[in-house]
Design a protein around this ligand. Structure first.
Ligand code: ZN
Length: 186
């Protein structure tokens, strides 16, 4: 089990479409553990494979305070979406940027678990929002792409500024993402 480095905007790996997982086994299970280990100390609620530079269609989610409800989604597909609402989001790959986007607050998702078993689940509210955020990651899309135009430009500028600050070392890894907020950071 290893904590991986979270890839940050504007890294082009965040823009690649993920590839379907065909191989289930110990290596995949170890990778899923790495994703959970990487997510836990961040205070975030979800983390996708592209955010650690891996192209597999995998994400993990845990909305509990004590990290007791880890969920794994492999090759996820959202089957239906309902009840759109404006939701405040942020992203571990875009530290320091928040914004409101429209998301369904109820959905049905189909995915596979670590053993390759298919499951379907109905999810609501933050669970549903998190799944949409992570599925976006697997398709190379970021929440800032969904912001209204002017806010999107502002968010992109802010994100680039933060990434430059990171590059010159004025922000320590983890600093910007450890402060707790109510938003869905994933
Ligand atoms: Zn994200």
């Amino acid at each position: 089990m290893t904590r991986r480095t979270v890839v940050r905007y504007p890294d082009p790996r965040l823009r690649e479409e993920s590839e379907r997982v065909e191989e289930f086994g110990p290596e995949l299970a170890a990778f899923v553990d790495d994703l959970l280990d990487t997510l836990r100390p961040t205070g975030g609620i979800g983390l996708s494979a592209p955010q650690v530079g891996d192209r597999r269609a995998v994400f993990v989610m845990d909305l509990s305070e004590d990290h007791s409800e880890p969920q794994v989604f492999i090759n996820p597909k959202i089957l239906s979406r309902e009840r759109d609402a404006w939701v405040e989001e942020s992203c571990l790959s875009i530290p320091g940027v928040e914004g409101k986007v429209i998301r369904a607050t109820r959905l049905r998702v189909r995915a596979q678990d670590e053993d390759g078993e298919f499951f379907e689940e109905d999810l609501e509210d933050m669970y549903a929002v998190c799944v949409q955020h992570e599925v976006d990651h697997l398709e190379g899309r970021l929440f800032i792409d969904r912001l209204p135009f002017v806010k999107r430009l502002r968010a992109q500028r802010q994100a680039l500024r933060s990434s430059r600050e990171v590059a010159v070392g004025s922000i320590q890894e983890g600093d910007a993402i450890d402060s707790p907020t109510d938003s869905s950071r994933s």
